[in-house]
Design a binder for this molecule. Structure first.
Ligand SMILES: [Zn+2]
Length: 354
């Protein structure tokens, strides 16, 4: 989509997406951190997790600050988690991939918003094995805003190519204006009323959320019965329903399969890691809520995966009274991103096989 534009525009768009992604990655990492500690998400200055010193602009330059300070706080020299540069880089990569796939459209903006929410809930799920309701609400609001603004844009005759990356996917027929004797820009079939397009999109979204939501609840109940323990968490079910709201039921079948495969791979990969034992977890009640964190040595945190404890119920001492479930959210989030990228063509392909 984007790549059909002249090279200079492509370069600028990608650079802009990368810079914005780095800055947003930094911000979203902090949003996740604050959500986990019940701090106001937007109010208050950024501060060091350890010494509480307020961080200034030169401490907050994405990736650069962390690298320049060799991963330590400028003020107390405590080691700073490698998740900060990692999430900044991941966010930049997400934004660039979305701009390449969706071009400079309103739909790209929607996906950037959704990807940002996925980023936050992945961080909280990896850390605390829960998906905050605020992220679910934010995702729904972003989708609803997109539908409303898409309708407004079509009503005031904004070119349909600036709204949707693939107008045909929304049942919009592009007419060849040149063949009709007008200018050389294609325009969309004026008989396709804006409200019909948008109502259709809204119906697909709502049906998708309901069908996928119900399907996942049924699947979870069956798995709970089979495994004899809680399998898919409430937050995961809500996230699946939100994915249905974004992608519709058809694409979500693909999404569920991908999420399950990734979840199994993630579980296997983390299960095989050596050195996991109960004593590397502590129950941190200092903030008045239960959380488990890797505290073998706070000052010697290794690469990012090392400090995101994958948490299985049986690995946490039962005596501590904390029930942990495997964090499935990041796998669902990654499946959402894969669906964003290739969901349309893949769904087309398997529907043709039927
Ligand atoms: Zn500090």
């Amino acid at each position: 989509m984007l790549l059909t534009l002249p090279g200079i525009y492509v370069g600028c768009a990608i650079l802009l997406a990368a810079v914005l992604g780095l800055a947003m990655g930094s911000f979203l990492g902090r949003v996740a951190w604050r959500l986990m500690r019940n701090e106001p998400v937007l109010a208050g200055r950024s501060h060091c997790d350890t010494c509480g010193h307020v961080l200034f602009a030169n401490d907050l330059v994405p990736i650069v600050s962390w690298t320049a300070l060799r991963g330590r706080c400028r003020y107390c020299h405590a080691r700073l988690s490698a998740r900060y540069p990692a999430s900044e880089f991941a966010c930049a990569a997400l934004y660039v991939s979305i701009v390449i796939c969706y071009g400079l459209t309103l739909e790209a903006l929607q996906m950037v918003g959704f990807a940002s929410v996925l980023m936050v809930l992945s961080l909280t799920d990896l850390d605390e094995s829960y998906i905050p309701n605020q992220t679910i609400v934010a995702a729904i609001v972003i989708r609803v805003l997109f539908i409303v603004f898409a309708w407004l844009a079509l009503v005031v005759h904004v070119p349909v190519q600036a709204v949707f990356a693939d107008p045909a996917a929304h049942g919009i027929v592009l007419m060849d204006a040149q063949a009709l004797g007008f200018d050389d820009k294609p325009f969309w079939d004026p008989t396709a009323d804006a409200s019909i397009v948008v109502l259709d999109m809204l119906r697909t979204s709502l049906l998708g959320a309901v069908i996928i939501g119900v399907a996942v609840v049924v699947l979870a109940l069956a798995m709970d019965k089979f495994l004899g323990r809680s399998s898919i968490g409430g937050g995961d079910m809500k996230l699946f329903a939100v994915a249905g709201f974004y992608f519709g039921a058809r694409q979500c079948l693909f999404l569920i399969v991908i999420a399950c495969v990734l979840g199994i791979l993630f579980a296997l990969a983390t299960q095989n890691r050596a050195g996991f034992s109960d004593d590397i977890y502590r129950i941190d009640q200092a903030e008045g809520k239960s959380s488990v964190s890797n505290c073998a040595d706070e000052a010697s945190q290794g690469p990012v995966e090392d400090e995101w404890p994958f948490l299985e119920e049986e690995r946490v001492p039962a005596s501590k009274g904390v029930s942990r479930v495997f964090p499935f959210g990041p796998s669902i989030a990654l499946a959402c991103w894969i669906t964003m990228m290739v969901g349309g063509p893949v769904t087309q392909w398997y529907l043709e096989l039927l």
